[in-house]
Design a protein around this ligand. Structure first.
Ligand code: FA5
Ligand code: MG
Length: 437
């Protein structure tokens, strides 16, 4: 479903109440990473999220996300590694500069975190493509924390880590010779490996080359992208028992991103399931033009580090990456992938909340989850909408959510869960005017 654009992401008639509801509890400015920023009517960043910004898990020695980052960096030894860019970006940088249309759903306040109209938390590492290309880097890897408003469950967290990789070549005969040589080298390595690749055409009617590209160049570059990433998949997953009889299975799927074409996703078959690992494609020339490297052609990819780390380390819940419990942290050593030993699974405690929503205040599922995260932090394992109906006479909407409380580190008492639940209910009443049933 296409959601309406940012300023209108809730029905027009309710804008006033929504604004005053926010203004009530909203400070006029926020201190973020040592600087002050004014807030405004789109501000939706919560204290729980603000607290994550300085943590930078991908740079902590021995942390699985850091080890995975360094493993990927060593797979691409001549790529420039970058990992300290600020998470605060303009919506222009996160979206417009990458050819996102003005009505793209990712821009909505329900989907992204805004400090104010002109500043947001990056939702992907692609937000830095233009600036890094502009610096003159031809091959680079950029790792960073990214932020998205999302549901709550074992594999979704509002902060996760991405790694962006890109490589550009001179868009001329010499550049294309370099691509061909590299393709031959990569192909030779893959030919010897136990890997089975399901491919799609590099360029097709539904996944076209760009009008400004020589189709032969686009084809070669897309091939270089695929060969480079198949090699990476082999480094990451090939060690885990791949053999001639049971090779590593990788599949390429046609995809769509506003800033690449042709575009692809990569999935890996692991323990009986296909898992989405990354998005990628041939960089849109508009991006390279903006970066002042219009004489180049190249590719980019963006992968999710948690997704891969959960597989490689057998980490069952995405919240664990944020754990400060020694039983978690002490299990890992720098630069080594080991199997996580679960130290316990504490009992869970379900609490339901049923309510009528206010007629004039929109309550998006991501708003609900943000309230829960802000009050309960990582004590919530998942949130499920278990009922939703509209009263036939009054046309009021009734919702029921089930919150599953479970600590990763200790046993949570029923009293404690009740207390947190009461705070969640209070916030829902205050902020969204709900009427508890
Ligand atoms: C992107 O973010 C694009 N910027 C990727 C890209 C880069 C495309 C360069 C083309 C060129 P996507 O939203 O699909 O795409 O996310 C990319 C990867 O991040 C996913 O494949 C997945 O591994 C990871 N990811 C996405 N959402 C989540 C999430 N909620 N939790 C954990 N990992 C996630
Ligand atoms: Mg995707």
């Amino acid at each position: 479903m296409q959601r309406p654009r940012l300023a209108l992401s809730f029905p027009r008639f309710c804008v006033r109440r929504r604004i005053s509801a926010l203004a009530n509890g909203r400070p006029s400015s926020l201190e973020i990473l040592g600087e002050r920023y004014p807030t405004d009517e789109v501000t939706n960043i919560t204290p729980a999220i603000l607290a994550k910004l300085p943590l930078r898990l991908h740079t902590r020695p021995a942390h699985p996300l850091n080890t995975l980052r360094t493993l990927i960096e060593s797979h691409f030894p001549d790529f420039t590694p970058l990992s300290s860019l600020s998470p605060l970006v303009t919506p222009f940088k996160n979206f417009d500069e990458l050819s996102f249309p003005p009505d793209h759903p990712g821009r909505a306040v329900t989907d992204s975190y805004y400090i104010n109209k002109n500043l947001m938390l990056r939702t992907h590492t692609s937000a830095h493509e233009v600036e890094v290309f502009r610096r003159g880097a031809d091959k680079w890897l950029l790792t960073a924390d990214v932020y998205r408003r999302d549901e709550i469950d074992g594999s979704h967290y509002p902060v996760f880590h991405q790694m962006e990789g890109a490589r550009i070549f001179a868009a001329d005969a010499a550049g294309m010779r370099a691509v061909e040589e590299d393709n031959a080298r990569l192909r030779a390595r893959l030919a010897e490996a136990n890997i089975e690749i399901e491919d799609v055409p590099h360029v097709s009617g539904t996944n076209p080359a760009q009008a400004t590209h020589d189709p032969v160049h686009a084809e070669l570059v897309a091939q270089n992208l695929k060969l480079s990433l198949n090699g990476l998949m082999l480094t990451l997953f090939g060690g885990a028992g791949a053999s001639r009889e049971a090779p590593l299975r990788v599949r390429w799927i046609e995809a769509y991103f506003p800033f690449t074409t042709p575009s692809f996703e990569v999935e890996v078959f692991f323990r009986g399931k296909w898992l989405e690992i990354l998005g990628s494609g041939v960089v849109r020339q508009a991006t390279l033009d903006t970066a002042n490297v219009s004489n180049k052609i190249g590719w980019a990819f963006g992968l999710g580090l948690e997704r891969i780390a959960m597989i490689l380390y057998s980490i069952p819940d995405i919240r664990l990456f944020w754990s400060t419990d020694e039983r978690f942290l002490s299990q890992f050593t720098d630069k080594k992938i080991t199997t996580f030993q679960p130290y316990s699974k504490y009992p869970s405690c379900f609490k339901d909340v049923s309510f009528w929503t206010a007629q004039d205040i929109a309550l998006h599922e991501n708003d609900f989850c943000d309230v829960v995260r802000d009050v309960a932090g990582d004590l919530v394992e998942d949130v499920l909408k278990i009922d939703s109906f509209v009263h036939p006479k009054t046309s009021r909407t009734s919702l029921c959510y089930r919150i599953n409380y479970r600590s990763m580190d200790r046993s949570l008492s029923n009293e404690e869960a009740n207390e947190i639940q009461a705070q969640v209910v209070d916030r829902l009443k205050q902020q969204f005017g709900v009427e508890i049933r």
